[in-house]
Design a protein around this ligand. Structure first.
Ligand code: F6R
Length: 258
């Protein structure tokens, strides 16, 4: 199914007792899709997220690989974002995160893994971002996009003010985002002030979208995205422009929906 700019659609909501159950539900959907594509002799293109939210999902995918033979040989991944500037071997980079949390533990081909490069001269970033979009197109587009959500409603690093026409680009990070991510850097002053992120338009082109959120602290952003009007002030609310978007929540994150 394709997204449409013409109108909004209700975001589907699935609520689980805890993050592990939500992650298991999404891991099963991803495994089924990978296997369906393999049976058809096709690649499966996944859009990946980082942060604390997808950790139980990646654990479950590793378990399915180790215990149930789920293979990632036909999987191609494109990550949503990366800090700028950052070297890919830095412990705080999303390159490092993805290898440690998932790629090092499954049989994905290294050449099929793509994380935006945060280690480029600034004058090369614009052309690089265009080429990232082109690569996704060439791979056939993203079949299934995984998302988390920021307290301010950001998806990827599309901070409030990012509209539905935005493409992959360099963005200034909100102070709130830098504060939330300071835990990984030890000191907020060490958190980069910019990042490369897929745009909202890029995300909306995915055929299927799943946003995960765990815990009470995410409840207001979840409520504004699902129940509020679609507005660039809450970037995740722009997911209402997609026909096949599901929020996978635990009880805490869902608590303001009823
Ligand atoms: C990371 C990303 C961000 C996070 C969001 C939530 O690739 O795209 O939008 O999903 O900042 O972060 P956590 O999961 O750490 O609460």
């Amino acid at each position: 199914m394709q997204n449409t700019k013409k109108g909004t659609h209700p975001i589907q909501v699935k609520t689980f007792e805890n993050p592990q159950e939500g992650a298991a539900y999404l891991a099963k959907r991803i495994a089924d899709l990978i296997n369906e594509k393999r049976d058809e002799g096709e690649k499966c293109v996944l859009g990946m997220a980082t942060g604390s939210t997808p950790e139980p999902l990646y654990k479950e995918l590793i378990r399915l690989h180790k215990e149930q033979g789920l293979s990632f040989v036909n999987v191609i991944t494109y990550n949503l974002d990366e800090y700028f500037p950052i070297t890919s071997d830095s412990n705080q980079s999303y390159h490092y995160y993805m290898h440690r949390q998932l790629f090092d533990h499954v049989d994905i081909k290294r050449e099929n893994v793509h994380v935006p490069n945060g280690d480029l001269p600034k004058e090369e970033v614009e052309a690089y971002c265009r080429s990232y979009e082109e690569q996704i197109e060439k791979a056939g587009g993203i079949d299934l996009q995984i998302l988390g959500i920021g307290h301010n409603g950001h998806i990827g690093f599309n901070e409030p003010g990012s509209d539905e026409n935005t493409r992959t680009r360099l963005i200034d990070l909100d102070e709130r985002t830098r504060e939330a991510n300071a835990r990984n850097f030890g000191d907020i002053n060490e958190v980069p002030t910019q990042a490369i992120t897929m745009g909202i338009h890029t995300i909306l082109k995915a055929k299927e979208i799943y946003l995960m959120a765990w815990g009470d602290a995410k409840a207001p952003a979840v409520k504004n995205s699902v129940k509020g009007k679609a507005t660039k002030d809450v970037p995740a609310s722009l997911l209402q422009f997609h026909q096949n978007c599901t929020f996978v929540l635990d009880k805490g994150a869902a608590k303001e929906l009823n």
